[in-house]
Design a protein around this ligand. Structure first.
Ligand code: SF4
Ligand code: SF4
Length: 111
């Protein structure tokens, strides 16, 4: 089977945690476990008056790629429930091309 990837256009990630909750429900995890975990690059001043503040969710080793959902033609739960529509999932080559299109602030996780 060809490998798939999760793309996160984190320019638009609001840090809402919906992907974490959707994933936890999908995997049946406890509150202390994450299949995807939001990380935060705390705000810092890049140059006077210009601030950087990023949120980036990162899949963990508990991620099962939502294989059953995907095989049934559904999107992975995290992608489906992302409030900012900034997550995509698909074959690595397609996601790499998409990352190229989107440019800066795009993270690609090969699952
Ligand atoms: S693909 Fe499925 S298992 Fe993996 S992080 Fe997203 S919701 Fe969780
Ligand atoms: S659901 Fe989307 S917007 Fe919310 S934290 Fe996850 S990636 Fe960011």
């Amino acid at each position: 089977m060809s490998r798939n990837a999760l793309l996160i256009n984190y320019q638009y990630c609001s840090g809402c945690h919906s992907c974490e909750f959707a994933c936890r429900n999908h995997l049946g995890l406890s509150k202390e476990q994450w299949g995807i975990k939001l990380t935060e690059v705390e705000p810092f001043e890049v140059e006077p008056g210009v601030w950087n503040w990023d949120y980036v969710p990162v899949p963990t080793k508990l991620c099962d790629q939502c294989l059953e959902r995907v095989q049934a033609g559904e999107k992975p739960s995290c992608v489906k429930h992302c409030q900012s529509f900034c997550m995509e999932y698909g074959p690595v080559a397609d996601m790499a091309a998409r990352a190229e299109e989107l440019g800066d602030k795009t993270a690609l996780f090969i699952l």
